[in-house]
Design a protein around this ligand. Structure first.
Ligand code: SAH
Length: 385
């Protein structure tokens, strides 16, 4: 699968869109807020404020989160400013990056909401001082001129690899076929695990190297990405969600809907590292000082369940009682918004509804016995040397 051409979050504002189904990513962003505040305040106190502050969000997607991150960053700069004697906020040059298939038009369509938000932060805010540009391309390569960025942000994106490791599905070595699985699992061979790990090392180093060139000395970077609890990538507790996706596909194979070979040849371009792996790579690349590393726990549905029970109170007089979605259905919808483009590319559009229906049942079966399941998000704050 060519990531540049195929991979994208579900577009638009409809029910199946990423914009409507990014509760978990929003939650993760809110958990990382203190890291962003701390990094900006620290940067400004040590370096003073530039005339124009250049910010980039890598993997912005097309939901409300694309501009939420930016308005949060600008808000922190402005708040820090108002504590100083300077009268005017700096200009902001904002780059919103994602793969070319991203719904950039959707992002730009919500610019007026974004400007309203900025106005609310500060009545006399000069909107003319905020310049926004889309930046299509892979964040695993250079996207901006040297020494042009003061602040780099990326949320819930760096667990996506630049590609599925090429060695997988080698015709010569059966140990490189990830039988019945779509990502590293307890039954994956050493060769499969290693292929994933090597791809991750290569990609994450390429990300750090590219940003190291683009950032000014003293510039700050705050990243969040899905991580692993255990050092062992095959551990059961880190199997979510791909183990359940593989189970669902295996069910469809046994029903005769999908060929076994089709499942065996599907692997996702994804890797969830543990905190130590990231620390080691930051050290190896050597352009950044590790300022803060943390792993935060996030509920599988990002706490959506709590909101659902509030929103779905219905009176007994209501004749058309619509059952609220189950937790599994809610999570399946979120995963559809993220993973549908690559599943559809491999299996075909006709399998999407049957797949996600079964997937929500698989999730419900698991969650009925494990209602408090969580996964890990890593939050990393770095300083460019
Ligand atoms: N930051 C947003 C979106 C997260 S979804 C939020 O927190 O809600 C992850 C995004 O990363 C997707 O939009 C995906 O297209 C993008 N992405 C994945 N690999 C990428 C790459 N190599 N270069 C740029 N963007 C990438």
């Amino acid at each position: 699968m060519d990531m540049l051409q195929v991979f994208h979050m579900n577009k638009g504002q409809g029910e199946a869109s990423y914009a409507q189904n990014c509760t978990v990513q929003k939650k993760i962003m809110s958990l990382a807020q203190s890291f962003v505040e701390e990094a900006i305040e620290d940067y400004l106190s040590k370096n003073g404020c530039p005339e124009t502050m250049a910010i980039a969000d890598f993997g912005c997607s097309s939901g409300p989160t694309a501009l939420d991150a930016v308005s949060e960053i600008i808000g922190v700069v402005n708040a820090t400013y108002s504590k100083t004697s300077r009268r005017h906020s700096p200009n902001f040059m904002v780059f919103l990056n994602d793969l070319p298939g991203n719904d950039f038009n959707g992002v730009f369509a919500s610019l007026s909401d974004f400007q309203d938000k900025l106005k609310k932060q500060k009545d006399d805010y000069d909107l003319g001082g905020c310049f926004i540009a889309g930046l299509p391309g892979s964040f695993y390569g250079k996207l901006l001129p040297p020494k042009s960025l003061h602040f780099v942000h990326s949320s819930s994106s760096l667990h996506w690899l630049s590609q599925v490791p090429e060695e997988l599905n080698s015709q010569e070595n059966p140990r490189l076929v990830n039988k019945g699985k779509v990502y590293i699992s307890m039954t994956s061979t050493f060769e499969v695990v290693n292929a994933y790990r090597q791809q991750y090392l290569k990609d994450f180093l390429a990300f750090l190297k590219s940003r190291a060139e683009e950032m000014i000395s003293g510039g700050r970077m705050v990243l969040t990405l899905v991580g692993r609890k255990s050092r062992d990538p095959t551990s059961e507790e880190d199997a979510f969600p791909w183990e359940f996706i593989a189970q669902t596909l295996a069910r469809m194979v046994s029903e005769g809907l999908i060929e076994e070979e089709k499942l065996d040849s599907f692997n996702v371009p994804y890797y969830a590292p543990c905190l130590d792996e990231i620390k080691e790579l930051v050290e190896e690349e050597s352009s950044f000082i590790g300022y803060r590393f943390e792993a935060v726990e996030v509920e599988w549905d990002g706490g959506m369940d709590n909101n659902l029970s509030k929103n779905n109170e219905f009176s007994s007089n209501n004749i058309n009682i619509i059952m609220p979605p189950t937790k599994g259905e809610g999570i399946a919808k979120m995963h559809r918004a993220v993973a549908e483009s690559m599943l559809e590319h491999h299996f075909g559009v006709q399998f999407m509804d049957p797949f996600f229906l079964r997937y929500s049942r698989v999730l419900d079966d698991y969650l009925n016995n494990n209602p408090n399941s969580t996964h890990i998000s890593l939050v990393i704050s770095l300083i460019k040397k």
